[in-house]
Design a protein. Structure first.
Length: 339
């Protein structure tokens, strides 16, 4: 491999090399993890001067102890996922993909086959989203919200450039409205900058929008029309809403944020502008916007995503699972309409 020189091969040949190398890399990583788990079980890492097996594996791989620990835990958990264990040994899936499957099967037994099929055919992002949805759906909404509340937090630090960096974890009822408003302000700033010839990154405009929101000077806080902007979309079965809790097969969730207790949904909807959507689990039959003068029923139906989940729209292109900055267009071009 040291002598491998891509420039002497055609583009098609290099593409084949990439696919071959990737498969071999996944199989080798799985074999390495199995060997590391066996060595750790025998206490060999202590003979090499490491108290923690993850520290030894991290040193050997050039990675981090956190990643090494995740690999060891995933490899150990593969005992309960024989199909995934065979797939990872063959190089069909990566350790990262296997981790999502193992983690989910521990909470949702019987989910391995579907997740493994998805791992073989879809992106890591799709697998992660689906696995998370399985896990969240297996926990009662009240218990889930309590766990999320306990896990909330903000961490900040300084990087090598002296920049102030941070990471936050917010419950869906707080986080989804926040990021939706941030994205709207960012898109607005980016459009204005492009009109002036600026080519800055979207992330740079997001930083400006974030700073403006914190300072209370974002456009969304000044415009009267901001009250009409949708920060949060709730989906709930009518019977669950009336009853105050869900039964099996019923939903109450924030689009893009996951399930929440019905009581919390009611609290959030006290002063909200409501959209009523009637469907039979197969097709949306009626969309009514209560209290809005300009009808936008079609946009509501589109933004809810596909039935029966109604968990937000994604790109329809094969292999693409983007949820943000999508382009809307007619399936039948508007120019084809008769005059």
């Amino acid at each position: 491999m040291r002598a491998f020189e891509p420039r002497v091969f055609s583009g098609e040949e290099c593409a084949e090399f990439v696919e071959c190398f990737a498969r071999a890399e996944k199989a080798l990583a799985a074999a390495r993890a199995r060997a590391a788990l066996r060595a750790a079980g025998c206490g060999v890492h202590r003979d090499r001067g490491f108290r923690d097996a993850a520290d030894w594996v991290a040193r050997a791989t050039g990675g981090t102890p956190r990643d090494a620990r995740a690999e060891l835990e995933t490899t150990e958990g593969l005992a309960s996922c024989p199909a995934t264990q065979e797939a990872i040994a063959a190089g069909d899936v990566s350790i990262a993909q296997a981790r999502e499957i193992v983690y989910t099967v521990a909470t949702v037994p019987g989910s391995e086959a579907g997740l493994l099929d998805l791992a073989r055919t879809a992106s890591m992002s799709s697998l992660r989203d689906t696995a998370r949805k399985h896990r969240l759906g297996a926990v009662p909404a009240e218990e889930l919200h309590g766990t999320q509340r306990a896990a909330r937090g903000v961490v900040h630090w300084r990087d090598d450039l002296g920049m102030v960096c941070g990471r936050f974890r917010l419950t869906p009822d707080v986080g989804v409205p926040f990021v939706n408003r941030l994205d709207r302000s960012t898109d607005r700033a980016r459009r204005e900058a492009k009109q002036q010839g600026s080519a800055e990154r979207w992330e740079a405009h997001a930083a400006d929008a974030f700073a403006a929101m914190i300072a209370g000077s974002a456009p969304a806080t000044r415009e009267k029309s901001a009250a009409r902007a949708v920060d949060l979309v709730l989906v709930s079965d009518l019977n669950a809403w009336r009853r105050g809790h869900t039964h099996p097969g019923e939903v109450c969730h924030i689009v893009g944020g996951g399930p929440i207790p019905v009581g919390l949904a009611r609290e959030l909807a006290r002063d909200a502008f409501l959209k009523l959507v009637l469907h039979d689990g197969v097709a949306i039959h009626t969309v009514a916007h209560v209290g809005r003068r300009i009808p936008a029923e079609l946009r509501t139906a589109l933004e809810l995503g596909g039935l029966p989940d109604l968990d937000g729209v994604t790109c329809i292109e094969s292999g693409c699972d983007r949820r943000y900055h999508l382009e809307w267009d007619h399936r039948d071009p508007l120019a084809n309409r008769p005059p």
